[in-house]
Design a protein around this ligand. Sequence first.
Ligand code: 5RP
Length: 261
Amino acid sequence: MDWGMKNRLSKIIKPKDGHTVMLAVDHGYFMGPTTGLENIKTMVDPLLRYADTLMLTRGALRNYIDPHTTIPIVLRVSGGTSILNESNLLHEGTVVDIEDAIRLNVSGVAFSILVGQPHERDTILGMTEYIDKANRYGIPVLAVTAVGKGLGKDVRYLSLASRMAAELGASIVKTYFCKDFEKIVETCPVPIVIAGGKKQPEQDALNMAYDAIHAGAVGVDMGRNIFQSSNPVGMMKAVNAIVHKKHTPKEAYALFTSTKK
Ligand code: 5RP
């Protein structure tokens, strides 16, 4: 693997323990001003010290994040549909040219694929075209296995989508946690991070992060379960403690409740 690619990957997945806490605040690209992200700067600034990587759109990066930041950036580069267009939801294509990603000095880019839906071919070819471009510059592509309507978030589906993403050239796969998650990890040759999904009670989200790490995920790429929490800083610290400090969910929850709002 090229030096630049290795160097960028080491900014996303920390070489000290092979784990990562990615903070996902890219939701605006199809959801607009999601609850908790009305002002990304105000939400994200106090969270950054507990995150290894920040995943967001180019507009959010340019408008809300201080260019002097040291946090490595994973830039969302796919999109094109909104939550208002249900029949085409997640029928995504490229929305950021590789040149702009380079100009923004990103450590990685994220592209969603929609396996098993009518538009799967478009999203998969969109991702592979982006991978070819990103490879030229040593930029890793994180594939997001989006789940369309009617497709269950189960091990059969998610291992198919994750393995496909890896075989097609993704450097990291972001998928959902599910029962028998270790089977997804065992059959996917690249590192896996889990998405948080819809907001759940904090204890449940911490249990999920713990179970995912113990089943072999290298980390989490979590959004709503952090920024929609009653105490985002506490939640960020708790997730970080599970991923990097071997905290149990109980210890992490105690950290969450003892953190000042
Ligand atoms: C959609 C995405 C997201 O926009 C986001 O990153 C998901 O994060 P979370 O589910 O934890 O809120 O990847 O496919």
